[in-house]
Design a protein around this ligand. Structure first.
Ligand code: AMP
Length: 170
């Protein structure tokens, strides 16, 4: 399927100079959404994934349906103050400022084979932080899946130890 035709390019959002890749056209079309999730689920199935992890918030949109199709658990990674029980946290630097992500401490069992799903790979910082959380919890990251990759930002170079599935490359 040609997934690219469902992505809407929005110039200067959320700030001037950024071209935002709006996935709502893709997830708003039942056939396209199902086809995209099926491809990511097949990739995860071949890796024998036992858990799917997705970072806040568009990682929920891609990760949760993949987990449901595979009949494995979905684990949300969230900003501080959102998860109600004891968490592992990871701080990382952004181009300007820094960010913190959290995951429930008991969400992953030692030996779990984890795939991580997000909507878009840009610099790879979000994915790298999510990998650190999964590894700190004792899980093995076996693959990474995205709807979109912005190749010129070279996120893939930071994630070179992992199999990566991408549906649309720019
Ligand atoms: P990064 O950590 O730099 O790889 O950025 C990835 C995260 O930022 C993803 O969760 C995306 O949702 C979001 N993101 C970054 N750049 C864009 C963009 N151009 N359009 C839409 N979302 C973006």
């Amino acid at each position: 399927m040609n997934f690219e035709k469902y992505i809407i390019n929005v110039p200067d959002f959320p700030i001037k100079g950024i071209q935002f890749k709006d996935i709502t056209g893709l997830i708003g079309d039942g056939e396209a959404f199902h086809a995209a999730i099926s491809e990511l689920a097949e990739f995860s199935r071949l890796l024998n994934a036992t858990k799917v992890v997705g970072p806040d918030a568009r990682g929920f949109i891609t990760g949760a349906p993949v987990a449901a199709l595979l009949q494995v658990g979905f684990i949300p990674v969230r900003k501080p103050g959102k998860l109600p029980r004891e968490v592992l946290t990871y701080d990382y630097d952004l181009e300007y400022g820094h960010n913190t992500l959290c995951m429930h401490k008991d969400a992953i069992s030692k030996g779990d084979r984890v795939v991580i799903m997000d909507d878009l790979l840009a610099t790879g910082g979000t994915m790298e932080a999510t990998i650190k959380l999964v590894e700190a919890a004792g899980g093995e990251v076996v693959g990474l899946g995205f709807l979109i990759e912005l190749s010129e930002l070279k996120g893939r170079a930071r994630l070179k130890n992992f199999p990566i599935k991408v549906l649309i490359q720019y």
